[in-house]
Structures are given as C-alpha cells and as structure tokens.
Design a protein around this ligand. Structure first.
Ligand SMILES: *Cc1c(COP(=O)(O)O)cnc(C)c1O
Length: 408
C-alpha cells in the first residue's frame, strides 16, 4: 500500500501542495478504523468523536455493512434509473416501514437531498397550493447548515460559506432559530415550506427551546405549509431516537436523511415524504445517474438493519446521557456550558479564552479526535456503538486534558 512508504509529514505535504485548501483538517493521517477507534499511519490509536459528521454512526468498517458492500459490488453496481434494479424496491420498502414514510427519492449527498426537497416543495406549491409562477417562498433559519451548493449557501447566514459565491437564487426568508413567533411572522400566502434542522449541528449543537418544533408543526399545518426537517445529521439514531423530531412527538411532512444512511461506506441520501410532496415529480423533472443505484441501496439496507438490530439507538441515548452527566462534572474555568442530546454533544468554551482548536489539538495528542465547530465550540459525537468502558476512557481523557495537563 502506498501509504506505508510515506511518512505523516510527506502525506500532509502532498495534500497541501496538490489539494484545494477548502478544509483545515487536524494533522492526523488515518489509515484504519474499527468501531469507535481509528489508527494513524504511525499506528497511534484515537477514539473518533466526530464520526465523519455523523456518517459513521454504525462505527467504522461495520462488518455486516462491509459484507453487503462486497457482495453487491461483485454482482451489480450501477444500472442508472433508465432500468430498474432489484435492490431499490427493497430499500424503499424497508426505509418506509422503518420511518413510516409514503414515498422516497434517493440521491447521493446530503446537499442533493436538500436541493431535491426544495424542488419538490416548490412544485407542490405551484401544482397543489396554486401559488403564482416563481413566487414560492421557503422559510429557513439563521445559522442553519444544509450543504454547500449555490442555492443552499445562498440562504446561509455564514459569511465564510457564502461570500464571493453570488449571485444566489431568490425565494428564501431567514428567521432566528428557536423563535416560533418570528417564523410565524415570516409566513406569507406564498410560503410553501419551512426548512429546519431539529438541532442545529454545524452551528454547534444548538438545541431549540422545548415546544419550538411542536409550535412550528402547528403553524405549518394551520397555514398549509410543508414542514421539511433536515435530519441528515440528527437522524438515524444520533440523538437517541430514530429521528430528533420524536423528542417533540411530531412528524415532518418531508424528512431528509444522508450521512449514516450508508454507515460511512458510500455516499447516499434520501428525501422521505409523509404527504404527497414527492408525488408532484414526473418523469424528467429530476434525476441522478448514481441516485438509487443497487450498490448504494444494498449498503443502506445493511446500515439500517444493524442500526436497529444492534440496538444502536437506545445505546446512543444511554451512553449519551451518561457522557453528558460526566462532562457536566468537568471543572475548568474555560468551559461555559455543556449540552447535548443522545450522542450529539458540545462543550461551549468561554470566547475570552483559548480557541476550540487549541483544545481539539490537545485532545488529539491524548488520543481523542474531535473537531471544533466555529471558534469556541467543541462537538463530541462518537459512533453510536460506543460502550460504557469506552465512554469512561473518553471522560477520563477529556478530564485529564482539561483539568490536569495540556489545557491552555
Ligand atoms: C452534512 C449536512 C448536510 C450536507 O450533507 P453533504 O453530504 O455534506 O452534502 C446537510 N444538512 C445537514 C444538517 C448536515 O449536517
């Protein structure tokens, strides 16, 4: 293998010379993963507390998913949707049963699922709600994250994501997250949908006030607006429920999934619709060469199966509660708040103190990989297969870094 002939420094040098610098990764070069653990090219082991932004909820290289991938890869990988394949219908059946959805549209990346949903709710607005041509509006939230395409960054409030990339598509209204009154005030006769993360992930694990999603659900129903929940990061067990919407006992009209849908093996996303939003799409309206391919579907079927059968969702709740409690016991003047739901947690640092990057580098030295979101938030989101002994090790390591050793 090529990597065995290269040192860490050489690999980093090649990457920085030849690659676009659209990321600022920690200087760790990983070569192997198993469960919650990953190893770098020098053989050092780390506990992965990012889980590829929640794409590897099932743990690294889950053997059942790996087997499904290998078997399908040797049988049939891609047909395009010009023909049918024998995996897609079974994926539909299984994900609909699991999520109580009526229709599914498979895509590849999360951003593509968001784009697909935007197209579908707009068309629903014109075809079913009778909105005048090109007048449809979608309400989105400040500090939200939904991906990196032009349409999506066009309604982002993050200047780094957005500035220098215009012109942008119109048709979006942005309101503060967690404020149902502001959302209601933004509703017009042309509103077709609200696009919301149930917990804002990239913003730093921002949990809205209790009752917020329930109120938004009521507003959407009352005004005949589609509630579109982006569960690409919060969904599939991360928060201790299959979907984060369940914490408020609501159901979205359209739910977006991605990331852990394939357990980190293969890019796959999907739009799930409870009502007839996806029913408005006709042949030729939308498509993707790789969307719904048999390899992706076989992988997703296995990824969903192990998520359920191996009790990962309950484990996320149990270990998440325990980890949160442990983190709340941390004594360090730089910590402002610890918050989380399930295994989606964050340590909020005092903005007057050292940047989160300093802590993520200290944690990396100690064998814990996590990535700061923004300058003063550390997100902790290990794979959902983490066990009690691993959580204890994690807590002990974080405590050492914060309370004893390398802490700034
Ligand atoms: C990661 C993410 C996306 C985008 O997914 P990609 O696969 O990176 O395009 C969209 N929404 C949320 C909430 C995400 O966390």
């Amino acid at each position: 293998m090529a990597t065995q002939q290269h040192t860490t420094a050489q690999l980093i040098d090649i990457e920085s010379r030849l690659g676009a610098h659209n990321y600022h990764p920690l200087d760790v070069v990983l070569t192997r993963g198993e469960g919650v653990w990953v190893w770098d090219v020098d053989g050092k082991r780390y506990l992965d507390c990012l889980s590829a932004y929640s794409a590897v909820n099932q743990g690294h290289c889950h053997p059942v998913i790996g087997k499904a991938l290998m078997e399908q890869a040797q049988r049939l990988t891609l047909t395009s949707r010009a023909f049918r394949n024998d995996q897609l219908p079974l994926f539909y059946e299984e994900i609909c049963a699991l999520t109580r959805s009526h229709k599914v549209l498979p895509m590849n990346s999360g951003a593509e699922a968001v784009e697909t949903a935007i197209k579908a709710v707009r068309k629903w607005g014109y075809d079913e709600k009778g909105i005048a041509e090109d007048a449809a509006e979608i309400i989105v939230c400040e500090n939200g994250f939904h991906g990196r395409t032009i349409t999506i960054v066009g309604f982002s409030t993050d200047p780094v994501a957005r500035e220098g990339f215009g012109p942008f598509a119109p048709g979006f209204r942005c309101v503060p997250f967690g404020d149902a009154a502001a959302l209601e005030a933004a509703i017009t006769p042309n509103t077709v949908a609200c696009l919301i993360e149930p917990i804002q992930g990239e913003a730093g694990v921002i949990i809205p006030p209790d009752g917020y999603l329930r109120t938004v659900r009521e507003l959407c129903t009352r005004h005949d607006i589609m509630l579109l929940l982006d569960e690409i990061q919060t969904g599939l067990g991360r928060t201790g429920k299959l979907f984060a919407e369940e914490h408020e006992g609501i159901e979205a009209d359209v739910t977006l999934v991605g990331k852990a849908l394939s357990g980190g093996f293969y890019p796959m996303s999907a739009v799930l619709s409870n009502r007839e939003v996806l029913g408005v799409l006709k042949p030729g309206n939308h498509g993707s060469t790789f969307g719904g391919n048999p390899l992706a579907c076989a992988v997703a079927r296995a990824a969903l199966k192990v998520l359920i059968e191996e009790g990962m969702i309950d484990n996320a709740r149990i270990q998440g509660d325990y980890l949160l409690e442990g983190l709340r016991g941390l004594r360090h003047p730089g910590i402002r708040e610890v918050r989380g739901r399930g295994l989606m947690l964050a340590i909020e640092l005092d903005p007057a103190g050292a940047a989160a990057r300093v802590y993520s580098e200290a944690l990396m030295q100690a064998g814990v990989l996590c990535k700061e979101t923004h300058t003063h938030t550390l997100r902790l989101a290990p794979p959902l297969v983490i066990n009690r002994a691993e959580v204890d090790w994690l807590l002990q390591t974080i405590t050492e870094v914060f309370e004893h050793r390398t802490a700034p």
